[in-house]
Write a protein that binds this ligand. Structure first.
Ligand code: ATP
Ligand code: MG
Length: 400
């Protein structure tokens, strides 16, 4: 006997009424996609539940992968047996003795199939007695068990589940549309991307790169961050924008202190056009109120003037330590703190204006012709598709 199923529970989705079907289908699709390397493994749905049929595969590595998929509330290893008492006893014993760190247990029987001849209460007692008489280190504790051995008798079969493992929560990626994530090499924007994905938003990424002022390693860092994000959903397309010429022009033409604001506005203009081209309806940044000069209320107001696309800012009200905690949990922190400069840190003036006004910035922008440079940057975009299993540098897709 062995665990041959993983039971998937998707709590929040059950509340979603009419959209539920779409959500469940997307979740199933995302799980299938994540388990592409296991052709024998099947992902099935039955009323209100999803099951992974392991077909002989080792459950642990699959459990590890599925744990990160958004939309899953919790998971349990399970055994499927026929609706027959001896098999149920045997499976319950297996579930108990193969769970880790369990001393106290309880059995919970749910008899959905009323045709099964033994009632829940009675079966509870039969199974409890069976488990106690076939082991010697366990006790029953109905109020505070380490493990609840759940027995669910359904029409087609009986499922016996072991420990409950917490899932990633959120909504399945792809059920809330798509956003273009402005991804720098810093700590914040990968976390912002993760949180957008957690609410079901699929992402494409855009990165502004200024060679030779920013190195190949700085670019690789961003590809590595993208690869981490891709482990939480489908593959991610990243647009790498050659930003050097435009950026130099900006800092030549703009009085000291305003360069940063103009640069941010150019990034948004380019991002909006890429969004349009890709049919994406919003942009997402790692901005956080008051953290640095470019992220004051005045600054955000002035930068935002150039687009009327919604800008999602998942981190806007968070404290830095909360952001860092998430980045450590999702494993992007160590990549983000690699020391390579990004384009902003290099060109940033010593004293950027903390209150850059719209009219001043519009005036400075009117003094030089940036349209051609924007177009040149867009024409030079390199597109890479990153999946979590391929190494980022193997994924080169070509120029467009
Ligand atoms: P991060 O940690 O994400 O770099 P930050 O706190 O350093 O954020 P800024 O450098 O002011 O903040 O950047 C604000 C936001 O602008 C970033 O979170 C990111 O979304 C976007 N951004 C900044 N630089 C780039 C870049 N080179 N390419 C793409 N997006 C960028
Ligand atoms: Mg930054």
């Amino acid at each position: 006997m062995e665990f041959d199923h993983i039971l998937i529970r998707y709590g929040e989705l059950a509340l979603k009424g009419k959209n539920r079907k779409l959500f469940v289908e997307k979740l199933q699709q995302n799980i299938r996609h994540k388990l592409m390397d296991y052709p024998e493994v099947k992902v099935k749905r039955t009323q209100g539940r999803m099951f992974i049929l392991l077909n002989g595969e080792d459950p642990q590595p699959i459990m590890e992968k599925v744990k990160h998929i958004f939309g899953i509330h919790s998971l349990s290893l399970a055994i499927k047996v026929e609706n027959e008492l001896e098999s149920i006893k045997e499976a319950a014993l297996y579930a108990l003795t193969n769970a880790e760190e369990v001393k106290k247990f309880k059995v919970t029987v749910k008899r959905i199939n009323k045709g099964f001849p033994v009632r829940s209460q009675e079966l509870n007692q039969i199974l409890g007695g069976h488990l106690l008489s076939h082991t010697d280190s366990y006790t029953v504790d109905v109020h505070n068990p380490d493990l609840e051995v759940k027995v669910e008798i359904r029409q087609e079969a009986t499922y016996i589940t072991s420990s409950v493992v917490r899932g990633a929560g959120g909504l399945p990626v792809g059920t809330s549309g798509k956003t273009l994530l402005l991804l720098s090499g810093g700590i914040d924007s990968p976390v912002a991307g993760y949180l957008a994905m957690k609410r079901g938003v699929e992402i494409e990424a855009i990165h502004f790169h200024s060679p030779p002022f920013t190195s190949e390693r700085a670019k690789q860092k961003v590809l590595d961050l993208t690869e981490k994000l891709a482990s939480f959903g489908p593959s991610i397309k990243i647009h790498i924008v050659p930003f050097t010429k435009l950026q130099q022009k900006i800092f030549q033409e703009t009085p000291d202190g305003y360069g940063m604001t103009v640069m941010r506005r150019m990034m948004l203009r380019i991002s909006e056009r890429v969004s349009q081209k890709e049919g994406i309806l919003s942009m997402t940044t790692g901005e956080n109120l008051g953290q640095v000069a470019s992220q004051t209320m005045t600054s955000m107001n002035t930068i935002n003037e150039v687009t009327n696309y919604p800008i999602i800012r998942p981190l806007i009200t968070m404290d830095k330590d909360e952001i860092i905690e998430i980045s450590k949990n999702i494993d992007t922190f160590d990549i983000s703190i690699r020391p390579y400069e990004d384009c902003c840190t290099i060109f940033v003036p010593k004293a950027p204006k903390t209150k850059p006004k719209r009219d001043r910035v519009n005036y400075f922008e009117s003094k030089f012709d940036y349209e051609e440079l924007i177009q040149e940057a867009i024409d030079g975009i390199e597109v890479v598709r990153i999946t979590d299993k391929k190494k980022a540098e193997d994924a080169f897709e070509g120029l467009f």
